[in-house]
Design a protein around this ligand. Structure first.
Ligand SMILES: N[C@@H](CCC(=O)N[C@@H](CS)C(=O)NCC(=O)O)C(=O)O
Length: 311
């Protein structure tokens, strides 16, 4: 029996929407574990060794952090239809990195300039310490003109990519780049209502593109209690990562204790022993009483991996 594909996510999370759409593109069946929107996340921590962001994908005792790597793994599990059609993997990663880094905070702030006063105060406070950003309505309104400039500058480039009637950003077929460019616009439109729509002022080609991406759907979603996901991890063995044990470009060695940190927000350390690595992925082993041994996978872009002895 193949292991179920489990996504630890919450519905409001834009990055989770990216992965849900990847399941849709591939017509996959998956299991949804609902995660709290803010710490504490007691049923996620045993799996991730401290990584708290959404989403996280679990297959047995293998845990995939960050949507860049989650999509690569989804592609490995179900190669067709491809998330990187016609050899576009490199350009899809580059476009995804650019758009997510440039519009995540500005587009979220446009939404909170409308709905910031409806979010619980504790949520705003928690994000202030985690992201070093104030999503309160007052501050989001104060910064609205700056955020409009930032979002529109990037959205204009998306418009250029669709020039000449191209249906998707990289060509005739949807790719990971479309999913990465879609999710923040989806979030702002969904939460900002008519006012959000007016602020984005998307040109017709972008609106039609958004409809095409949304039509990919979410595949077949089944809910799963978090305890069941933890039990699955405990009952499973991590898979052989299929990477060179000592393939780390900086010379880190398998078995060595390392610390992994996101290079942008929420830089809390994740500790474990390096299992294998290459220029695109690092896998660490983490162990605890609830799940036993798990392999936690990180992409190299966006994460720093260092010898624990350098801490
Ligand atoms: N680079 C990450 C970004 C993920 C991210 O920032 N997710 C947001 C939610 S959409 C988050 O984790 N927020 C804090 C939290 O949920 O605890 C990825 O691609 O997965």
């Amino acid at each position: 029996m193949p292991q179920p594909v489990i996504l630890h996510h919450y519905d409001f999370s834009p990055f989770s929407e990216k992965v849900r759409l990847a399941f849709g593109l591939k017509g996959m069946e998956w299991h949804a574990v609902d995660v709290p929107v803010a710490m504490p996340k007691p049923d996620l921590m045993p799996l991730t060794g401290g990584y708290r962001r959404a989403p996280v994908m679990q297959v047995g005792a293998d845990i995939y952090c960050d949507t860049l790597l989650i999509l690569r793994e989804v592609e490995r599990l179900r190669p067709e239809p491809s998330l990187y059609p016609g050899g576009t993997e490199g350009v899809a990663h580059a476009v995804s990195y650019w758009i997510e880094r440039t519009i995540f905070v500005p587009a979220a702030s446009l939404a909170t300039s409308i709905i910031g006063d409806q979010l619980p105060r504790e949520f705003i406070e928690e994000r202030k310490s985690f992201m070093n950003h104030d999503f309160s309505k007052e501050v989001s309104l104060r910064d609205r003109s700056l955020n409009l400039q930032r979002v529109h500058a990037s959205v204009a480039w998306l418009g250029l990519m669709l020039r000449g009637g191209r249906p998707f950003l990289l060509g005739d077929a949807p790719s990971a780049a479309d999913l990465s460019a879609f999710h923040m616009l989806w979030f702002t439109r969904k939460n900002g209502g008519a006012e959000g729509e007016a602020m984005l002022a998307l040109e017709p080609a972008l609106l039609a593109w958004m409809e095409r991406v949304a039509a990919l759907g979410h595949g077949t979603r089944r809910e799963m209690p978090s305890a069941e996901a933890l039990d699955i991890a405990r009952a499973s063995e991590p898979r052989n990562p299929g990477l060179p044990a000592d393939g780390d470009p900086s010379g880190l060695r398998a078995g060595q204790e390392v610390v992994v940190r996101a290079d942008d927000r929420g830089r809390d350390p994740i500790r474990g022993a390096l299992v294998a690595a290459d220029a695109q992925e690092a896998v660490i082993m983490h162990r605890n009483d609830r799940v036993g041994a798990v392999h936690i996978h990180f992409p190299r872009v966006g994460f720093d991996v260092q010898a624990a002895s350098r801490e």
